[in-house]
Write a protein that binds this ligand. Structure first.
Ligand code: AMP
Ligand code: MG
Length: 364
């Protein structure tokens, strides 16, 4: 989804994908959204938007209040630091080095890399492996979002499935090392790192005195404070069956993260017409096919919202809803391919539907 970051509603469709060298590729914000941002700036001189291509997407920060160039610079520097530690595509990054040493030796990493990997492993355990940060071999095999994207041979999928056991990711807290115990294993933090980067950018911005604004890291939205009239920010949720930038409803929130996972983010169409998207099922080794096209999660933390949106998507409607309802501090909205909506109780209070071709189902 996309922040509606001015004090008016602004669409927050997910940034589309395009191969890029950092986290698995996402693409630039659509021109119309850029225009929307610029228009917002010119109407409201006290708000300023800055964008940088980082962590495989366009990272956009809008701040309301006096111009704060220092705050922007420090926030983007911090995101760059995270990218340099956690990108799977930077050979010298912590994750690059850990992957290169799979089956050979433990690798010393930064404390924050260790912590995020542990958090990812926590989600893997919580979801019985539906969320799996050791999914790297499968991500590489499918190549979704790259020029090499193609449906792999069954034998290659089987081989990759044999190398994604997250129980074989050994984290040594004392030595501050990570060791992938089998050759060919590979970590991929693509489902959680953008959320973490947004949380860190928010922390820096608050430290710098920025009280109100919107962070949009490729559809991972984090809103700081509230609008000038004290009401929540309006975040448009990407319509999962339409072009980017089209939203089908709005979530109103203050000091919160809103993150979507969906089939429209990065995908290719296979020769048989199947849509092969970037969220992979660690059971089958193929893109998740469970009737869902999108899950959106709100939470106080963007890291949590990011990890949960992927987790709930892979778990599917039934198990995902159960987990969402029993987890304190998150709300979730599920969209099926036949445009049915299912929401947690709290989500129903903050989400307003604008496209009536979607319809709420009363419950499960
Ligand atoms: P998101 O857009 O946050 O749902 O994350 C999707 C990205 O996470 C993919 O592009 C992969 O890099 C990675 N990924 C794919 N499948 C999984 C999975 N089952 N568990 C964790 N990460 C995954
Ligand atoms: Mg995610």
């Amino acid at each position: 989804m996309r922040p509606i970051s001015s004090d008016k509603t602004k669409s927050a469709g997910n940034a589309k994908n395009r191969p890029c060298s950092l986290f698995p590729a996402r693409r630039l914000l659509r021109a119309s959204l850029l225009c929307a941002g610029l228009a917002a700036c010119s109407q409201r001189p006290q708000s300023l938007t800055r964008m940088e291509p980082l962590i495989g997407t366009v990272c956009s920060i809008t701040l309301h209040g006096p111009a704060q160039e220092d705050a922007f610079r420090k926030a983007f520097d911090r995101v760059r630091e995270i990218e340099n530690r956690m990108s799977v595509n930077i050979p010298e990054s912590d994750i690059g080095r850990v992957n290169a040493a799979a089956g050979k030796s433990p690798v010393p990493v930064a404390e924050e890399t260790l912590a995020l990997v542990e958090k990812g492993l926590g989600f893997a355990r919580l979801s019985g492996g539906a969320f799996n940060i050791a999914v790297g071999p499968l991500v590489t095999l499918w190549g979704i979002g790259t020029d090499l994207a193609a449906v792999p041979q069954d034998a290659d999928i089987a081989a990759a499935l044999g190398r994604i056991d997250f129980a074989k990711v050994a984290v040594n807290e004392t030595e501050k090392t990570i060791f992938l115990q089998e050759p060919g294993m590979a970590l991929d933090l693509g489902a959680i790192a953008k959320g973490y980067a947004a949380d860190e950018a928010a922390r820096i911005l608050r430290q710098q005195g920025a009280a109100r604004g919107v962070i949009d890291f490729g559809g991972n939205i984090l809103v700081l404070g509230s609008r000038s009239d004290g009401t929540g920010w309006r975040v448009g949720v990407q319509n999962p069956v339409q072009d980017r930038g089209q939203y089908f409803g709005v979530i109103t929130a203050s000091n919160a993260a809103v993150v979507s996972s969906g089939v429209y983010e990065r995908f290719f169409i296979a020769p048989d017409g199947r849509r092969c998207h970037h969220i992979l099922d660690p059971q089958t080794g193929a893109p998740v096919r469970n009737g869902l096209v999108q899950v959106t999660v709100t939470a106080g933390s963007s890291t949590e919202a990011d990890a949960f949106s992927t987790t709930l998507f892979v778990l599917g409607l039934q198990a995902g809803m159960e987990l969402a309802e029993k987890t304190e501090g998150i709300e979730a909205l599920f969209v099926t391919e036949d445009k049915r909506l299912y929401a947690t109780r709290g989500m129903k209070e903050i989400f307003s539907l604008s496209d009536r071709s979607f319809a709420f189902e009363p419950g499960l």
